[in-house]
Design a protein around this ligand. Structure first.
Ligand code: ZN
Length: 225
């Protein structure tokens, strides 16, 4: 089953056509919307908190979402996803923007109980954040199909109820500034994905949940197995 998930994922456009880009790493920011920082009683970071998921975390959003069993609550975090089209190393925000190959919407699935334990111990978060299938990801809009990426609504409905709703203008670190900052620490390569943080409303998913992720006027349906 797990091998199937890894093999099945490929970057695609909305019309289903594959992008000629490899599947790379996913670089994420831990706290980028003030309302979400407050709901978890976290401190506002002075510099972006970065972490990564490996390519094996990716799963097409239309495939049933597999929650890890016996590891406590698994929370949804809906996030704008940015596909990197060109190598970026220590670039500025303008260069980063030119390298965007597409915009999508993703879930940064998080084993919250485990993450809280890891945080308490001062340990890295990977086992809570980077497991197989921890990043269900939509197909991508071409950059010109999202003319105002920094002023775009995103939301998540679970079983018909809006759980998370935000607008990318509420990010503390903007999309391209974030990519530039990341590129001073890790080279971003073609096919990498950047997740830009989640607004408030994170909560556990349970088997059978039906999800609708919305980015601007595009809706994507997903199902928890
Ligand atoms: Zn997140």
């Amino acid at each position: 089953m797990r091998e199937g998930i890894i093999v099945a994922y490929q970057h695609r456009y909305l019309d289903g056509s594959p992008l000629d880009l490899p599947v790379g790493k996913i670089v994420c920011i831990g706290r980028n919307y003030l309302d979400h920082i407050r709901e978890l009683n976290n401190a506002v970071p002075e510099t972006p908190i970065l972490f990564m998921k490996p390519a094996t975390a990716l799963s097409p959003l239309g495939e049933p979402i597999q929650l890890p069993k016996g590891r406590g609550e698994c929370h949804h975090e809906v996030e704008l996803a940015v596909l990197v089209g060109r190598e970026l190393r220590s670039v500025d925000a303008a260069m980063a923007q030119k390298a965007v190959a597409g915009y999508g919407i993703a879930l940064d699935l998080t084993l919250r109980d485990l993450q809280n334990e890891l945080k308490k111990k001062g340990h890295p978060w990977e086992t809570a954040k980077a497991f197989d299938g921890s990043c269900p990801l939509s197909p991508f809009l071409k950059p010109d199909a999202l003319p105002e990426p920094q002023a775009t609504d995103l939301s998540l409905q679970v079983n018909g109820t809006v759980r998370q709703h935000g607008n990318t203008r509420l990010m503390m670190v903007g999309i391209f500034e974030l990519m530039a900052y990341i590129s001073t620490h890790f080279t971003l390569q073609p096919g990498d994905v950047v997740l830009t943080g989640t607004p408030a409303g994170v909560a556990p998913l349970v088997p059978g949940d039906t999800l609708i992720l919305s980015l601007a006027d595009h809706d994507f349906t997903a199902q928890v197995a």
